[in-house]
Structures are given as structure tokens and as C-alpha cells.
Design a protein around this ligand. Sequence first.
Ligand code: APR
Length: 230
Amino acid sequence: MQKIVILTGAGISAESGLGTFRAEGGLWAQHRIEDVATPEGFARDPKLVVDFYNARRAQAADAEPNEGHRALARLEHHFDGDVVVITQNVDDLHEKAGSQKVIHMHGALKSALCAACEHRWPAPLVMAPGDACPSCGAPAARPDIVWFGEMPYDMDEIFDHLANADVFASIGTSGNVYPAAGFVAEARRAGARTIEFNLEPSLVGSQFDDIRIGSASQTLPLWVDEVLER
Ligand code: APR
């Protein structure tokens, strides 16, 4: 059975109105990573961090998937093999489009995490610093987001997928952040054919067998047609 492993980044959600991180005027031009996306930033000013993710949760709740997300859901449902999406995105647009096998390696806006006991529960639309954990009662709720300096989720499962990949596709990610930026090398080692979808080659673009330049909402439906017709 053929296996397609897909990595997505902020670029696939850009056309749904969710800003990317490293574009001019992107999220990291408006906010300092150290302030809103590190454990130290959260310890210093939990309200700033919780409010940052509240704003992003509200935006994501209103966003609709685009043709790129829909194409990947179509691939999963019609491909005669295995398709898994590993996403760095914390929005739920893959799920809204109908994808079922989605790994959120950087966490999810829809989830809250207890910093004391690691219990997870559905995040309310608006979290507040010091919200109580519904399991242990500690006032230690935090957004269930993997911050810089923390270990991404499900890495064992992800490396298993990469080791068995026949095709590895990377979509809308700049190649700045590891371990995700290293997945193409891992997939190549496993013998996978590799393909990148982006507006421009990413930092690791030279490692791909094929690059499709263009917006994901246009390039992905064509690629999925190609794969399904093969
Ligand atoms: N179609 C395809 N690619 C696009 C589109 C589009 N419509 N719009 C933008 N892109 C590409 C950009 O060219 C860029 O390479 O998406 C990429 C977005 O890059 P980043 O903003 O760096 O986002 P990402 O790679 O997902 O960031 C990785 O860094 O801080 C974090 O944790 C956060 O998960 C995130 C990680």
C-alpha cells in the first residue's frame, strides 16, 4: 500500500485569511516570539500570551478552509493507500475540510492544557490566565500550543510515518523551524519522492525532487487530480 505523508504550514491557511508568521507584516513582525511563544514569556506575562492566543482562536473559529485544505481531504478519501497530514498549524481548517488523519505537532487552539497535571480539555473561546484545570483543580490552564523550547507532539508517530513514506509533500512552510524542516531529509532517506508547494522555494527547497510554485489553493487541486488519476 502506498503512503503519502504531507507536512503543512501557515501558507496553506493564508488564503483562508489567517496570517503567516514570517511574511512582511506577518505575526512575528507584530509580536516578539520571546514574549508570546515561549514558556519564559508565559511565566513573565501570562495575560499577554493568553490574549494573543484568544485573538488567534477567535480568528480561526471564523475562518473557512480553502481549496488547498479541501484537495487534501479529497486525497485522503479517494486515494487507494494511506494519507496522513502532519500540520504545524494550530487552526482546525484541515478538520473543517474533512481530513481525518491529522497530527497537530505544534498543538491546537481548540485545546487547553494543564501545566500542573498535563490534562487536556476543549479550550473555551476565551481563556483567562489562572483558569482552573477541570481534572486537578490547579489554576494552571494554558493554551495547548508547543512554544519555542518545547518538544513538538507525537514525534515517534511522525518519524514512523516518514520512515514508511512513498511520497512526502511539504506545503506552505518556510523551512525555518526544526524538527519539521528536517522531515524532507528523513523522507528522502526512506526513499520517498519529495515535492514542495510554496509561493517560492523554502529554505530547504533544494532537497525536493519537485517544486510547484504558486498558491496552495491552485496547485494542490491539480496535484491531487494527478495523483488520483495515476
Ligand atoms: N500557498 C503556498 N504557500 C504559501 C502561501 C500560499 N497561498 N502563502 C504563503 N506561503 C508560504 C510562504 O512563502 C512561506 O514559505 O508559506 C510559508 C509560511 O512560512 P512561515 O510564516 O514561516 O510559517 P511556517 O513555516 O508554518 O512556520 C513554522 O513557526 O513560529 C512558528 O510555530 C510556528 O508552526 C509555526 C512554525
